[in-house]
Structure formats: structure tokens, C-alpha cells
Design a protein around this ligand. Structure first.
Ligand SMILES: [Zn+2]
Length: 177
């Protein structure tokens, strides 16, 4: 019981990651992080970010996606453990390379490929905020986390934080989809 409680406050939940991916997409769009994102419609980029926001946790068989795709998550978990390779910059580079190889320009609406990466990065950023941190430079094992006041996630504080940041980002963007 206690172990569950401790686990719950050091990792971000799927719901938190999904909310946070929308926040990050709104911010990336507003900041025009890439030319494609600047031109893209949020109606297309937000679903793309939501689709990729839970992918890093595929390395955990009990995660939302891991339970649905055990044939991917079990080998990933065995190979790298939870919060290993999939939570690193190397995985982001591999994802960008894989997307560019499998989806030539013009295959997806403008900005969707970038939004998939934003969704993935939002997951890493979300986990970075929590006490467990992420091994950003995997295979180096050192974990990085928000210094000072990491987010005690998995409960009302996480939901409040994710909702509040989403509301602020939405307000900043003028609620225009
Ligand atoms: Zn994670």
C-alpha cells in the first residue's frame, strides 16, 4: 500500500500527460516553434500530440498503452526497464529519424509530424517535473528532475497543475483553434 502511495506521487499519470501535451502544443503553436507548427491547425496538431504523449510509457507493461500493447511493452520493459531509453533524448532522435523515414513530406497534414514530437517531448518534460526524473542522456543512468520543488504527482496537485497550465496556455492563445 505504502509502496503504491510513494509510486503515485513520483510519476505523472496518463491523464496528467494528456492534459500537459495539449498545453505544450498550444505553447509550441503560439511560439511558432517550427514553421510547420506555425502554419498548422490545432484541430490536427492537438490530436497528434495526444496520440504520442503516452508513447514513452510503453516501456511499462502496466501503463495505459503497455496494457494494450503487451507485445511491445514487455520486450521494451525487459530491455531497458521503466523510464530508461524511451525517456531519453536518444529516443527523441530515433523518433524523428523514424518519422522522416516512414513518412515522406506531404504524407501527413502540415505540422502533424512536428506535433507528434511535441507530444512525445511533453511527456519527457512532464516526467522531468516529478521527483523520479528522467535519464535524459541515457545510456548514462543519471536522472534529471526539476530542481527545488518537484511536482508531487498522481493526485489533486498534479490535476490542479495540469489544468491550471492548460487554462493559462489556452488563455494565452486566445482559445482559437
Ligand atoms: Zn513516463
Amino acid at each position: 500500500m505504502r509502496r503504491h502511495l510513494v509510486h503515485a506521487v513520483i510519476i505523472m499519470t496518463a491523464q496528467g500527460h494528456l492534459l500537459f501535451s495539449v498545453t505544450c502544443t498550444l505553447i509550441a503553436h503560439k511560439l511558432q516553434l517550427t514553421p510547420a507548427l506555425a502554419d498548422a491547425s490545432l484541430w490536427q496538431t492537438i490530436p497528434a500530440a495526444l496520440a504520442s504523449a503516452l508513447l514513452p510509457d510503453l516501456d511499462h507493461p502496466k501503463s495505459v498503452l503497455g496494457q494494450r500493447l503487451p507485445w511491445i511493452s514487455k520486450p521494451l520493459s525487459r530491455l531497458f526497464g521503466h523510464r530508461g531509453f524511451t525517456h531519453s533524448l536518444l529516443a527523441v532522435v530515433a523518433a524523428v529519424w523514424g518519422l522522416n523515414q516512414s513518412l515522406p513530406p506531404g504524407t501527413l497534414p502540415v505540422g502533424v509530424k512536428d506535433a507528434l514530437i511535441v507530444g512525445y517531448l511533453s511527456h519527457l518534460l512532464g516526467d522531468w517535473l516529478t521527483p523520479a526524473g528522467i535519464p535524459l542522456f541515457w545510456p548514462i543512468k543519471r536522472r534529471f528532475r526539476l530542481p527545488g520543488w518537484p511536482l508531487r504527482s498522481g493526485g489533486a496537485i498534479e490535476t490542479g497543475f495540469c489544468t491550471l497550465t492548460l487554462l493559462v496556455a489556452g488563455w494565452w492563445c486566445g482559445w482559437r483553434l
